[in-house]
Design a protein around this ligand. Sequence first.
Ligand code: NAD
Length: 392
Amino acid sequence: MAPRTKVEKRMDWDSGVKYTKDEFIEYYGQKKGAKAWNEADPTAWEPKAKVKAKAKAKSKTESKPRKDLKVCVCGGAGGIGQPLSLLMAMDPNCSELCVFDLSIAMVPPAGVAADLSHIEKKASVKGYVMEVGKNPIDYLEECLTGCNVVLVPAGVPRKPGQTRDDLFKINADIAKGIVEACAKFCPDAVLLLIVNPVNSIVPAMAELYKKKGLKPENIVGVTTLDCVRSNKFVGEITGKNPNFVRIPVIGGHAGATILPLFSQDKAGASIDKDKIPDLDKKVQDAGTQVVEAKGGKGSATLSMAYAGARMGSSVLAGLQGRRRTECAYVKSEITDLPYFTSKVVFGENGVAKVLDLGTLSEHETKRLEEVKTTLKGEIQTGLDYAEKNNLA
Ligand code: NAD
């Protein structure tokens, strides 16, 4: 038997996973892959002495130390909030984590914080609680001051029989209370809104921010779960490791407004064209599949927490000066709609660039029209709310 040759692997700083150079190139593309490979941590492979010498040399030349970044999870004791808080506490870029929730939450936020504060990671964790019916702006000064990223899974999940408009009325008021407090105590923070219906809540909150003289770009709708699901499903069909599949999902974040661009990924593009409409629908209906499997006792919480944390970590990496690209629902000029999900580059000040849609297949071009028609009405719901309301 031929002797096995050792293939060098390097550790991706952000995921902590080791990859070969070929895998880096496959994942990031030829140019970026080679750069990422050079930036990756060679300790995964090199002998310790060499690594130590390199680390010493690097520390001498390193000009930018890591910033201490503060994160808050609003609704942090809920179904999504708890695992999301756990994952954010594990992020090496998170130095301080605040867990905020109501006194009626299933666990007191102070309990979630105490639990997480024992994890052997650098983040210090603190809980903040508020009575129902009170105003976050009167209670969150300490919690939000200095925050760089605020994740918002606070809100009520949709109950069977409830219309999207009913849900919007309840959750928009919850989001407004939190956004108002952020506008006062951490106006430069990136707000990652998970609360549904994202398609209407994000335009509502971004326009309220604009009215207040703040950057509407700092209000970002988290749609990452659609990408995560698309990558997973494509991985299952093609036999590819989903970690190396990157399907951009554009449009919005509900039903027919979710448009996965399978044609823009190597593995996705290899799927038989006849199978694409069903796969597209499978991504759109994935949330319902979880609701049904949970028998009415909740919606996607664990996969949502994973997706929210991927987004949160990308924004934190960007703030540290390591630019990241994620699909997100933001104020946009790339189509004729004022809010749209597309690839967004996150950098040192949050949203750095909203990227174009790229080339679409015939199926995707047709679907884009359907997306726009539905999304337009949902955006209008948000704009109407912003017109009738103001932030304190
Ligand atoms: P949950 O009921 O388990 O948790 C929500 C938490 O928010 C609770 O702990 C509750 O006490 C808290 N909360 C309510 N009002 C609050 C307020 N004013 N201030 C602070 N905290 C408050 O629900 P969940 O399953 O975690 O879902 C939360 C939200 O996320 C829902 O709106 C749901 O529709 C949405 N969601 C979004 C996605 C997505 O992909 N963007 C996916 C799944 C769920």
